[in-house]
Design a protein around this ligand. Structure first.
Ligand code: ADP
Length: 431
């Protein structure tokens, strides 16, 4: 909600004063009237009652503007202050009331009226001086003050009211400016929030569109590929005796191309599924995941006599299918990009940190040069040619998407020719 302005707070303060002054005033009135009665100050009793009547009108009379209510209230209080000063002199709280009234006027009226309170106090000073000097009526002031002392006392009142009339509006101006700039900030924040929400909505829509496009495209693309693959197979089977070596070679490349395209389409489909179909976080024992991955690559592991080491890996909160895909891609790469002279040794570790788990998959393969550390995580980016190992350049992009879906990050460090270590983190409180 935007901050209400000073005007609102002035009115609010006024209504609070009325709410508190009424019951307190009525409570204070009873001993006041009693004291006035026993000291024969009947005039004060009448003044008190008139002031209470005015306060009641201010509080309850319908159809009066707030400004008029404020004026009536201030005048009735002035009336009491002057009566107290006149009848009780320095013994009564009249002067104190006048000062309090100045503050009240500055608080509940607009800035221009603040100076009016100083003017009123100057008038009170002059009127008091006349009463004291000429001994008008039966005022107690004549008994308590001579003209010099009255001028000294009342000029203090004027001086204090002037200082307050100058300083308090300054404070209010500052407050108003602070409120204004807060309002501006708040409305800017709201606008930015709206823009952000709109962008998120659009992004989600685009994502959904893109995912369903990838899904449909993958399915439609696979059909002709399947046909190329199977007809090439039939061609080879039925006419192999009539085909020369060159034709056999062409068929091999056509089948190979169709297979690679199928892999690409499959991985694209997998990529589009992350975070859409695979979204349920569960307890995942990473040891089990690694056992499944080893089973998946059993043939490759046997063929290369690979040594895969893992022990005591943690149980984490994650999407089970995604975890399998993640380790499968990293272990698959470690097996794929192995050094020709050595048997692959792959070590998987997991260690607990404050808010996350950190995993590493280390191999003794061909390694990666530092200038490719970032590039390899982008879609379709390969740094080793297909002659070396087959692939479509999506595996690490899939890993990155999975890790980010789990609130983590993935990076690599490598010693070219000696091996690579892939690291990634998974947030502990994954929802
Ligand atoms: P793909 O293996 O299908 O080419 P990836 O996204 O999995 O795609 O990997 C991208 C590239 O990163 C690979 O082409 C390869 O050059 C490099 N790479 C990935 N893993 C390793 C590894 N363990 N050792 C050396 N190079 C690697």
């Amino acid at each position: 909600m935007p901050q209400a302005g000073i005007y609102y707070w002035r009115n609010r303060l006024f209504s609070e004063i009325i709410v508190f002054v009424m019951p307190l005033g009525i409570i204070a009135l009873i001993p006041g009237i009693y004291m006035a009665y026993i000291t024969d100050l009947y005039r004060l009793i009448i003044v008190d009652l008139v002031a209470v009547a005015v306060v009641l009108i201010v509080a309850f009379a319908p159809g009066i503007s707030v400004q008029i209510r404020k004026l009536l209230f201030i005048l009735s209080l002035y009336f009491i202050a002057l009566a107290l000063l006149y009848d009780l002199g320095s013994f009564g709280p009249g002067l104190l009331y006048l000062l309090a009234l100045t503050v009240l006027m500055i608080l509940i009226f607009d800035k221009e009226y603040a100076y009016a309170s100083v003017g009123l106090n100057v008038l009170v000073c002059i009127a008091g001086g006349i009463v004291v000097y000429y001994n008008l009526g039966d005022s107690q002031m004549y008994v308590d003050y001579d003209l010099d002392t009255w001028v000294a006392v009342s000029s203090n009142l004027v001086f204090l009211s002037a200082v307050l009339a100058l300083l308090i509006p300054l404070l209010f101006d500052g407050l108003q400016k602070a409120m204004d700039s807060e309002n501006v900030l708040q409305s800017e924040l709201k606008q930015n929030q709206k823009r952000l929400e709109k962008s998120i909505r659009e992004l989600n829509e685009k994502n959904e569109e893109l995912e369903s496009f990838a899904y449909t495209a993958s399915h439609d693309l696979k059909e002709p590929l399947r046909m190329i693959h199977s007809f090439m197979g039939l061609l080879k089977m039925k006419y192999s005796d009539r085909l020369d070596e060159k034709a056999q070679e062409y068929i091999y490349y056509a089948v190979d191309g169709a297979e690679r395209m199928t892999n690409l389409v499959n991985e694209l489909l997998e990529y589009s599924r992350i975070g859409r179909l695979y979204a349920n976080v569960e307890k995942v024992d990473v040891n089990n995941v690694m056992e499944d991955v080893c089973k998946f690559y059993a043939a490759e592991i046997n063929k290369k006599n690979a040594n895969i080491q893992f022990d005591n890996l943690p149980v984490i909160q994650a999407v089970p299918v995604s975890m399998k895909l993640l380790f499968q891609n990293l272990i698959g790469n470690a097996l794929k990009y192995n050094s020709k002279d050595e048997v692959p040794v792959i070590v998987v570790n997991g260690r607990e940190k404050e808010d996350e788990w950190e995993f590493s998959v280390q191999d003794n393969g061909i390694g990666i040069f530092p200038d490719s550390y970032e590039k390899i995580f982008q879609l379709f980016q390969r740094i080793h040619s297909s002659d070396y190992a087959r692939g479509v350049g999506m595996g690490l992009a899939i890993c990155k998407k999975i890790v980010e879906q789990h609130g983590g990050r993935i990076w690599v460090s490598s010693n070219p020719g000696k091996g690579s270590s892939f690291y990634f983190t998974i947030l502990k409180n994954n929802q």
